[in-house]
Design a binder for this molecule. Structure first.
Ligand SMILES: Cc1cc2nc3c(=O)[nH]c(=O)nc-3n(C[C@H](O)[C@H](O)[C@H](O)COP(=O)(O)OP(=O)(O)OC[C@H]3O[C@@H](n4cnc5c(N)ncnc54)[C@H](O)[C@@H]3O)c2cc1C
Ligand code: SF4
Length: 557
């Protein structure tokens, strides 16, 4: 049935429509309600979330800088259901070689790297807490609904979103349970989709929001949650490591956080501008856990969850223009991660709050669907700008000079920025992550050890622990634009890196049979990390939203 023949969508009208119930979207919604009440008025706010519940798609570290939560919900620490209860007690940095490592002295670290006063815990649980606060204030939250389409008026301004149709089978035919999506129309629409939001990507392209800014940059972050033996658990211990198993040319590193309830978070980030198509971020992560300085933590423990998510790394110079007719970008949709601190959740909350204040001014002035230029003008001189500006050269220096020279230069730059100046100005990132791969023939093949099933694992048993679930009989949500190009380039030149960068085993080149090589997409395993949308060397793969509610079901990631 063509779009014109489909039954009409039902619609609802709000003052503000928010896409995504992460910390940024929820902070926007809460602040709108709080400040409207302060001003003796009210605003109607709706939040759509593609996860089956709030928190189901949230994956972070997380060491949380409470600056955002303190501003949004003063007194949150005293609440009976406070989502963060463990403060950082010890903070260690290591440079690793294969057999050992050097612990870097804390006094050498610029003050901004200090984690004392921060909390360790689950960002998913923070979002669940924020969602309760939002609902108590009258925000409508609809989990299980992916925003799938942007609605525009005839002048090209955003006027809301539509959720996806449900009940369309693999071939595009309607199933008996077919239901049309809903139109959620807003005077303003806030895109809070997190890193590489699929609607955000369209908005950035349509309004050319990246003009005059550096290219966006990303990493892939993989994470496991372990229940460890009581004697191995040191609540509040935070450890970061870089170096082995990555080579000096490949940026990234590991994190271990001891949170509550004898749980230890272990994770690994690989910068997506890596060059060797044979590299597998998942297998580098598995290797990291075998390092002599860290493997003991997991001895006798049990892995209870797994997941992966892209993280924004472009920072200050890559943040696109945040406002456009009818809407704004907040949080990691804009790319507010402080890369050396591996923290973005505080800026997600702060940017949501900042946007809310500018939205309220516009609503109070009876404005609709126009551009909130004042929000775009405000962020660089806000706490978010101050946080990102000081660290703006770390990532470009690391990319250009590698781990052993780039990190010390980055640290020097962070020190001088602490005193208000930089020897480097503002460095550029160079190529996009998609353009950084070298042909496979020019790179050394990497052979990874087989998993032992105790400390190291394969992808499929890992995806099982992410509780990922998609309705199988639906259209594949990973769209390959040109299959001939995928074969001629991704397969023939780059030796199929999708099979290795995807942390969920979604992509396979089948080398047997009459139609070999055949690109197989196991879309039901997708954990929505967005890496394929970023790293495919030809930008030939596009992540689109599957039916709402599909994807991982993270408990407390
Ligand atoms: C491995 C890793 C480790 C990290 N460690 C830390 C840390 O220690 N400390 C820290 O502060 N930060 C950390 N970060 C960064 C932090 O997680 C982000 O900065 C933060 O989550 C950004 O919040 P957000 O609300 O912008 O986006 P997200 O948290 O990504 O939330 C976006 C939400 O929107 C939903 N959504 C997306 N698209 C749609 C759509 N079209 N329709 C409906 N719903 C949609 C998603 O399902 C999700 O729930 C880490 C990130 C990663 C990946
Ligand atoms: S298919 Fe893409 S978005 Fe899904 S898990 Fe794999 S790399 Fe991530």
């Amino acid at each position: 049935m063509s779009a014109a023949e489909l039954p009409e969508r039902e619609g609802m009208d709000y003052d503000v429509v928010v896409v995504g119930a992460g910390p940024a979207g929820l902070a926007t919604a809460i602040r709108l309600k709080q400040q409207a009440a302060e001003r003796g008025t009210d605003v109607s706010v709706v939040v759509v979330e593609k996860g089956s519940e709030v928190g189901a798609h949230i994956l972070s570290g997380a060491v949380v800088d409470p600056i955002g939560l303190d501003a949004l919900i003063p007194g949150w620490r005293e609440e009976a259901d406070a989502p963060l209860t463990v403060q950082v007690t010890d903070d260690h940095f290591y440079l690793l070689g294969p057999a050992g490592g050097v612990k870097l002295p804390n006094f050498a670290m610029p003050p901004l790297m200090n984690n004392h006063g921060n909390y360790v815990g689950s960002l998913g649980n923070v979002c669940r807490f924020l969602a309760q606060k939002a609902e108590a204030l009258g925000v409508e939250i609809y989990p299980g609904f992916a925003a799938d389409e942007i609605l525009y008026d005839d002048k090209g301004a955003v006027i809301g979103i539509a959720t996806g149709d449900m009940g369309v089978d693999k071939t595009g035919e309607q199933k008996p349970e077919f239901t049309r999506g809903m139109e959620l129309r807003g005077r303003y629409t806030v895109f809070a989709e997190g890193a590489r939001g699929h609607l955000t990507k369209k908005i950035i392209a349509k309004y050319n929001l990246g003009e005059g800014r550096d290219v966006p940059k990303f990493g892939i972050g993989l994470k496991e949650l372990w229940k460890v033996k009581p004697e191995k658990h040191k609540p509040g211990l935070v450890q970061h490591a870089f170096g082995w198993p990555l080579d000096s040319k490949t940026g990234g590193g590991a994190f271990l956080y001891h949170i509550d309830d004898e749980q230890v978070v272990v994770g690994f980030v690989v910068h997506l501008n890596y060059q060797n198509p044979w590299l597998s971020p998942f297998d580098e992560f598995q290797r990291f856990k075998t390092h002599p300085l860290f493997k003991d933590t997991f001895e006798g423990g049990k892995r209870i969850s797994y997941g992966a998510r892209a993280i924004t790394e472009g920072g200050w110079q890559s943040v696109p223009k945040l406002s456009f007719p009818g809407g704004v970008l907040v949080g990691c949709a804009a790319g507010f991660v402080n890369v050396p601190r591996i923290k973005g959740s505080h800026n997600a909350v702060l940017s949501g709050m900042l946007a809310a204040d500018h939205l309220l001014d516009a609503l109070a002035a009876e404005r609709n669907h126009d551009e909130l230029a004042s929000y775009e003008a405000a962020w660089r001189s806000s706490a978010i700008g101050a946080d990102l500006k000081k660290v703006r050269n770390m990532k470009p220096l690391w990319s250009k000079f590698g781990t052993f020279l780039g990190i010390p230069l980055g640290a020097l730059d962070m020190w001088t920025n602490t005193f208000g100046f930089s020897l480097f100005g503002t460095l550029k990132h160079g190529k996009t992550d998609a353009a950084s791969l070298k042909p496979a023939k020019d790179c050394k093949k990497i052979t990874y050890p087989r998993p032992d099933g105790v400390l190291t694992f394969d992808k499929l048993s890992s995806v099982f622990l992410s509780n990922t679930n998609h309705e199988e009989n639906q259209q594949v949500h990973l769209v390959v634009k040109d299959m001939a190009l995928q074969k001629a380039s991704e397969h023939d030149i780059y030796a199929g890196p999708s099979n290795r960068y995807c942390p969920a085993g979604v992509y396979e080149w089948i080398e047997e049979g009459a139609d070999a090589p055949r690109f197989q997409i196991n879309a039901q395993n997708c954990v929505h990390c967005k890496t394929c949308d970023i790293k495919d060397p030809n930008q030939n793969i596009t992540w689109t939203a599957p039916e709402g509610g599909g994807g991982p079901n993270y408990p407390n990631m």
